[in-house]
Design a protein around this ligand. Structure first.
Ligand code: AMP
Length: 575
């Protein structure tokens, strides 16, 4: 293995990177640094984020800068403002001991005037998003005639974001003699076109195999009914109590919805997408970077600017249509030598995509069953107990309080105290999973429903004659069932969300298209009244006191009634 010194890096830069903790060059640096320092050949580097590519191009461009010529000599183009700031910041770090080097990030969404003022004072290296650089070129506030190196970072993403024409225009403004470096995580056809058009006899460097995901990432998938995807997500997150993850969604709307649901359900989550203002995006990203947020729910584009090394899990809430996007997503974990997990929650129609992605990344996906409630509770409990074992105790402060605490708890044994501490933390979770229906893979589910059908045939007689509610309770019918994604927890939540005051719900019987639930007799009129005339999407909700008549027959009647189409109140069910 070579050292930075052997690669030809000057002592000023070596000192700075040593202080940053770089001991030895990473593979992309070993390949790129000497090429850039000694040759004028163009380079195509296929490297994922997290491989050390910023230093691979950053160190040589700093070293090649003629400090006496106060004019842009290197232009680094990248897709987003965040990445622009990140690269400029990294280059500033690498050049701590290179006196008087001027590095300027220029990006949209911030004052162009102050960027123009800095440009007028003179800069050596410009890190830019394509749109803003074009703007500056058109205003004739920047001259690129001394540019000898042009770097396209995350080129595939710039093309995805529609910057192809802007890149053309920028290239026509820099001297033809410049050397060009193109970094890309993937190599779609469009990139090959660019390289053919603008590069002469490029050296191709591949870190890892082409189009391959990071080596130390495991790929798992869970197959569920489309309507169970969110519930499966919750279970997976619960199953990994120390998760620090990014949940990727397909659209801005879905991103916001999933983040909102997670927040409502008590998770430490927030959203990142293009409908948020820049200030909001910065706020969320900082929260995530500082680990003040456990789950970031994001669109692909918005997450591009986020550079975090210790993401433990990527969750694909559905698979992207463009498989290259999958490599981008999964490349956000397993970085800087750490291991990571890329999880995909898919529905049955997406199964074919798994095989396609496996071919692309040369790795096999492991299929997993959605964790069962008891397993999740056990995992959370052990994690909690582990935390108790490892917590740092502030002896001095606690000592002062201990005598009175001991006095208060002296009537309890050690075992009781442990039980109580654990119950305090876990009663809600245990209760939720006790009530929640397990989530099955679609095939398993059909054999399960066959079992259920057989059972209901056996108990059909009891149903026909009507089930008697518990004493003091009324049995209510609702025309929503398992097919609507209802489970005991969501049904209880739904009732309590709409009915004023707390409604204690007793026995719940879920059927395919309808359900029964028991509530205290005196609350029945209020509950029935609350839901009268309410619509969920285009379906009229029916909640009635069950009189023990032939229930399947009655359900049939309501099923047809509910599609009468006379819209009164429109409601979208929150779950
Ligand atoms: P990048 O691919 O440029 O985003 O770099 C990923 C991470 O690796 C960043 O946090 C860098 O600071 C770090 N890094 C880059 N080069 C080295 C090196 N030679 N040794 C240790 N860490 C490095």
């Amino acid at each position: 293995m070579s050292t930075f010194e052997e690669l030809g890096v000057i002592p000023e830069i070596r000192q700075a990177i040593t202080e940053l903790g770089f001991e030895n060059p990473m593979p992309v640096q070993t390949e790129v640094i000497p090429q850039l320092l000694s040759h004028k050949r163009d380079i195509i580097a296929l490297a994922q984020t997290g491989t050390g590519k910023t230093a691979a191009f950053g160190i040589p461009v700093i070293q090649k800068t003629d400090l006496t010529l106060l004019s842009p000599q290197t232009v680094i183009l990248c897709p987003t403002r965040e990445l622009c700031l990140q690269i400029a910041g990294d280059l500033t770090d690498f050049s701590t001991y290179v006196e008087d080097i001027k590095i300027l990030p220029v990006y949209g969404g911030s004052s162009i005037e102050s960027q123009i003022r800095t440009l007028k004072r003179g800069v050596h290296i410009i890190v830019a998003t394509p749109g803003r650089l074009i703007d500056l070129i058109n205003r004739k506030t920047v001259s690129l005639k001394h540019v000898h190196t042009l770097v396209l970072d995350e080129a595939d993403e710039m093309l995805n974001m529609g910057f192809s024409e802007s890149i053309d225009e920028i290239l026509s403004n820099v001297p033809g003699s410049r050397s060009m470096l193109l970094f890309s995580a993937t190599m779609p056809k469009e990139i090959e076109k660019i390289t053919r058009k603008y590069m002469s006899d490029p050296v191709e460097i591949t870190i890892g195999r082409k189009n391959e995901g990071a080596q130390n990432v495991r790929h798992l998938y869970y197959m569920v009914h489309a309507k169970d995807k969110y519930l499966a997500l919750k279970r997976i997150v619960d199953y990994y109590p120390n998760i620090y993850g990014i949940v990727f969604c397909r659209t801005r709307k879905e991103t916001q919805e999933i983040a909102d649901k997670l927040l409502q359900d008590g998770y430490d989550a927030d959203s990142l997408h293009g409908d948020l203002s820049q200030v909001q995006r910065d706020y969320v990203m900082n929260k995530y970077r500082n680990h003040n947020l456990q789950l970031l729910v994001a669109t692909d584009v918005a997450a591009r600017g986020l550079d975090v090394d210790d993401v433990s899990h990527i969750i694909n809430f559905g698979l992207p249509d463009d498989y290259e996007v999958y490599t981008h997503r999964s490349g956000r974990t397993g970085r800087a030598g750490k291991t990571g997990t890329s999880i995909s929650i898919i529905h049955i129609k997406e199964k074919g995509k798994i095989a396609q992605i496996e071919k692309l990344i040369h790795k096999t996906f492991e299929k997993r069953a959605v964790p069962k409630g008891d397993l999740i509770c056990e995992k959370q409990l052990f994690n909690f107990v582990d935390k108790i074992e490892k917590v740092k105790v502030n002896e001095e402060e606690i000592d002062r309080l201990l005598p009175s605490i001991f006095r208060k708890l002296e009537w309890l044994g050690k075992e009781d105290i442990i039980k109580r501490v654990v119950s305090l933390e876990f009663n809600r979770l245990i209760e939720y999973y006790r009530q929640a229906e397990e989530i099955y893979e679609p095939e398993e589910r059909s054999s399960k429903s066959r079992r259920e059908n057989a059972r209901s045939e056996r108990t059909g007689k009891r149903q026909k004659n009507g089930v008697q509610p518990e004493k003091g309770y009324a049995r209510l019918f609702i025309n929503m069932g398992k097919m609507d994604g209802v489970n005991p927890a969501t049904l209880m939540g739904f009732i309590n969300e709409h009915v004023k005051g707390k409604v204690p719900v007793g026995r719940i019987d879920l059927m395919k298209n309808f359900s029964f639930f028991e509530i205290p007799e005196e609350l029945a009129p209020k509950v029935v009244k609350t839901f009268r005339g309410m619509y969920i999407e285009d379906r009229r909700l029916v909640v009635e006191v069950s009189r023990g008549e032939n229930e399947p027959q009655r359900e049939k009647k309501h099923f047809f009634e509910s599609f009468e189409g006379k819209k009164k109140k429109k409601y979208t069910q929150k779950r």
